[in-house]
Each structure stands twice: as C-alpha cells, then as structure tokens.
Design a binder for this molecule. Sequence first.
Ligand SMILES: [Zn+2]
Length: 346
Amino acid sequence: MLEQIVRQAERAGASDIHLQMRGKIAEVSFRLDGVITPGPELPAEVAERVFGRIKFLARLKTYQESLPQDGRIGHADLGAKNDLRVATYPTVTGEKIVLRLFNDTAVKSLRELGLGESMGAELEAFLRQPSGLLLLTGPAGSGKTTTIYACLRQLAETGGRHIITIEDPVEQVVPGTMQTEINEVIGLDFARAARHLLRQDPQVLILGEIRDEATAQIAVRAGLTGHLVISTLHAGSCKGVFERLLTMCPDHSAVASAVGLVLNQRLLRKRCPGCRGEGCEACLETGYQGRVPLVESLRMNETVRDQVRRSDLSALAPAQSLAESARRLVNLGVTDEAEYKRIFGI
Ligand SMILES: [Zn+2]
C-alpha cells in the first residue's frame, strides 16, 4: 500500500505526501503544484502498519510516537524514482508523517522556465549587461528561486565572469560559480558575507535576499560599481520593491541609477492536458497539472529613474500587469477562472 501511494504521488508529480493519523484511521494527502490535495484514506487495520513500515524503512524508532523524528528512505527500498525524506511529528489526533519526494533537481535553463518570448529576451538582455541590479519579488512559493537559478545557469554557461552567490541555503549546485551560504549563528549574515566577498573580485553577485538596510546599501553600491547584482526583496509589487528600497537606502539617486530591472512573479496551475480540467487519475482529480510562471516587469528608463529619484512612485506600473497576463492565460484555456481567483484573491 505504501509503494502504491508513493507511485501515485510520483506519477502526479507531487512534492510531498502527508499522512495524518485521526484516531485509528489515517488521512493521506498530496502537495501537488503547491496545493494540498486529498488522497486515499487508510482504514484502521492498515494505517498503523503503514506508519510502522515508513519508520522502519527510514531507520526510525517504530515505537516512538510522542517525539518528532527525521530520516530518509532510499529509493530502492520502495521502488521509488528518488529518495524520500521522512519527518514525523506528534499531533493531538495522532502521529503525522510528511514524506518529501526529491523530484528532478536539474537547474532549469531560462528557456525552460516558460516565461514567454519577450520576458525571456528581456531577462537575457539584462544578464548580458556588465552592471546593474535585478530585483525579484513575489510571495513564498512563487518561483523566485527557480528563476534566479536559471539566471545563474545562463551566466555560468555564457562564461567569462567570476560569479559569486550568497545563499540561505544553497539549494542547487551550479558548476562554474562560487556558491556560499550565510551562517547567522556565527554572525555571517548577508551584509557581512557580501562585504568580504566583494573583495574576491566578482563580476556577478547573487544575494539570496535583501532583508536589512546594510545589505540593501551594499547591493545598490555594488550595482553602481561595475557588478551585476541579482537579489530578492519582500514586496507585493514592482512599486512595493521601490517603496522598501527607498526606505532602506537614504541615497535615492543611487537607487535610481543602480536598479536595472524589477520582476514580480507568481505561479499559476495549468489545466491538466489529459482531462482538460475535468479531473483524472494523472492529476489526482484536481484538474490541474504543472505550473506556469507569470511575471510582470518594470524596466528602468529615464522617466522611471527620475520618478524614483524624486520618490514619486505613484505612476510606477509594469508594462503588463500580472492580472492582465493571467486573464490572457484563462482566455487561452491554459488555466481557469478558479485558479485566477485563488492567486489574485478576487
Ligand atoms: Zn487530469
């Protein structure tokens, strides 16, 4: 039964399997394209044995239910495609186990992101520039990291530049780059790492996230002094990125000159190609399979730079808004109205 559940999850492309004891039975659900999707229910006579089997394979204490445990199951043990990470936790209704599936971990190319012709070209053009700041924003799970890794791969494949990353943590290894991790416990935060690593003569600096004033100011300065800098920043829109950046950097002219491109990203679930949204076995009856990135961009030109310099952000707007792009995908049948509402909350 466990093998069957794992195979079902793998076929559907799920990232996680959740198993939750409720009294004597267990509920199974899958995290599919970011959304929790109900799966089969395990009857009382097998639920406990499935939980025991998982813990046995992960070399955990099978009798331990009141403390969390972490382990790993090798793919061969379950006839799975990839290894599984196992995490157990006691809840008020019984034990909970989450199995993380390690799916295909190859770093995507810019083309494979599926950003669309013009957005892809805009991003490639930016990456060819010798200096400037690229900022990405969007909520957790909106695909920012995937986009940054694709940029990193593109830069590494083009070659000729020393590329340094500062990440929290490094999620994928990209050959041809120098990847580093911050370590807050010993005081090695983004700002401190960046200050030191700029002396390692990078032409490209990837900063995982701008969280504080010190990091923001270093990123802006680096962008102005011959470095290509890519980072993320928490904000809901392209305009929001500037609002935050101007609060963190007193030198508004520097911000206006350093920033080259701002991207705001979301991921929209696509209608399942097998059933066209009706629900089938392949999409676990959700009607969706796979996701498509939506990006709105704000490219800097003289007008925008002038507005940023004067902190007059009221007129800042991307060329095509996320909602407009999403509406186009609904009309094309790539996604549907319900998914549009889920992402934009209207
Ligand atoms: Zn389907």
